[in-house]
Design a protein around this ligand. Sequence first.
Ligand SMILES: *[C@@H]1O[C@H](CO)[C@@H](O)[C@H](O)[C@H]1NC(C)=O
Length: 398
Amino acid sequence: MFFRKQVPATPWPQEEEHSKNKESPNRYFISRNIVLFLLFLSAWFLVLFGCFQPRSSTTKPRTYIPSHTAQEAHPNDVKTVTPILKCDGSVSVYVYSLPPEFNVGLLEDCHHLNVYTDMCPHVANCGLGQPLSNMGSTSWFFTHQFIAEMIFHARVENHQCRTLDPERANLFYVPFYGGLHVSSKFREPDLEARDALAVRLIDYLQAQPWWQKRQGKDHFLALGRTAWDFMRRDSGPDFGANSLLNLAPVQNMSVLTVERHPWKKGSNQHGIPYPSYFHPSTSDDLLTWQNNMMMSERPHLWSFIGGPRKGLEKAAIREKIIGQCTESTRCHLVKCGSGANQCYQPSEVLSVMRRSQFCLQAAGDSYTTRSTFDSVLAGCCTRCSFRPTRLIPQWYLP
Ligand SMILES: *[C@@H]1O[C@H](CO)[C@@H](O)[C@H](O)[C@H]1NC(C)=O
């Protein structure tokens, strides 16, 4: 949403059997997928929310301060996080203590973590970013869209199902900040250098006794960028991706990623939503927000927040949407361009969405957009124009 990388000129190659099945109209399939997708979203919301909910017990809450971002420290940096979910014992996660070059060490150079923007304000608060003061509660943060891996790391570390004893674990989390790293190397022309850290990570893992037990089948990564940022193709243009997810040992792992590769190559990938700006710490906060959204007056039938794009297909769709919205008295258009404008203000974006009945979504830089999740948060019915529309759940469901 904020700073874009280049857009691939060619779409994913569609696998034949896939396009045949899914492109043909099949109402049962579509509605089943929508139901699954909604279930999936609500489950994620519960999981994410649950991890931050305070627990009334005598356990001392764990307080953590992101020491690596001391220079951006904000009074709210000290966040008390206590998980509520009880662990039933069936899952026991061990969090690898990786050499710092794979995660927190990368943050030391946060000014250069992304070739388009300074990530220092965004990596504060364990990845939640800077607090948003104009949202009426302390649950709001200016959270960068590609930061899920940091938030996930912080949450797993505080999760009830975490074990400090690898002997007892049946799941191994590898907290690699692969998305932050890949975005610092988009312009690295030497492909070997671009892949070097990922290769070192896999070498490191393969040397671990816990890896060797099951050849990594019980290991997983969580990445804050889309799968195609880690799946460089030999043919076709180079968009800055590395080869992490193409490495053979990674095929044995499970990978959580925003926007999975929907076809065979992504069979070990699991889609996670883009992070929202809302990180409620109490159930009251959550209920208040839900009630506000349900009561919200929605004078606009539909709205579109976005700007024109380059590239044939995307440009045509966006141009049409923008044209029709301009002509319609029932549409609210927020046209995004370069430079500072309200498109980049979470409070502005959400305030338009919460006053609209339908929020149109066009493909962004990747095949789905963060804005899709923002509109769900704002209680706005999401209409997606990106193709293949019926496959949307495919980006997120196995
Ligand atoms: C993946 O796991 C299988 C066993 O389940 C093993 O035979 C294979 O060598 C592993 N692949 C890599 C690259 O480690």
